[in-house]
Design a protein around this ligand. Sequence first.
Ligand code: MG
Length: 376
Amino acid sequence: MTTAAIIVAAGRGLRAGGGIPKQWRPLAGLRVADWTIDRFRGQVDYIVLVLSADDGPAWAEFENTDLILASGGNNRAGSVRNGLAALAELAVDHVLIHDVARPCVGLPTIQRVLAALNAHPAAAPGLAVTDALWTGDGAIVTGTQDRSGLFAAQTPQGFHYDAIVAAHAAHPGGAADDVEVARAAGLDVAIVPGDADNIKITRPEDFARAERILGTDMDVRLGNGYDVHRFGDGDHVILCGVKVPHGRGLQGHSDADVGMHAVTDAIYGALAQGDIGQHFPPSDPQWKGAASEIFLRHAVDLAGKMGYVISNVDCTLVCEYPKIGPHAPAMRDEMARIMGLRADQVSVKATTSERLGFTGRSEGIASLATACLVKS
Ligand code: MG
């Protein structure tokens, strides 16, 4: 059984405030879209992210990742059709269609929808309405509505792939959601229990509510790293992956990248998984002269295997010379590239020690780093 999820993220959603589409606004250390995408990782075989042509940075960020990208259409239904088309060659059996603005969807909800598709051509989470319902005219109640048999519709809405493709092709447009499209094509849609926490971010105050929901099962871990390498002969140093010309070199078993070593140890520290020396023993000749990128990549991969994403990293280099400032942006970009992070999640800065101590006497360079890891 091959499964896929389509996350519709092409809307402009400015009603939620902040001046940018809500899916790109920050939420509990990530962005709304990041949370939503992560919810489906490991639950389906393919994830399609439908993006607006106006979201250029997102296109650049997500190409060459595990996601399949599709262009938004003129309206939501058009975006869904483009997302379905992006799966045309992949022999998908069951597809989930989800609003990017529902980042709090729980795994049980996703699994209930997928399970229901084994017995039904379509299934979607719904919450029975429990509040009394009124009709109103401005500020005045004009009547009471019977709530029996009413459900609040949620996503992900799940379908047999071929059936929903045909249903969308036949629909004249104007449907409220994909369930309406499916029903218009004669498909039976099973209702599975929804989740009150599966809120749709619509208004400004919904961000705080979503953060409270996500925070209840969020595991945030900090780690620190510290490293020192001694100066010796040479004509350059390698700091945070960048070659910096200097009258001396740094000594060490690997490339002696003191900044990258501190960051790597900070990640191992946050995971409570020892340090570089444990994973890459200096006694092992295969690491002689090794690029420290290997160590950092290993720590990042280990974090991913343990279910953590790196929220941010901060690294401080301590030396009198070489001057770090002119190279700091390149160092930040290189570290972000290696870790698969955005540049704004990585900080590289420097200080002197006022000519005091071993760094002050230019006997070597020290580095400190902090890493913050998040598991949702
Ligand atoms: Mg070291």
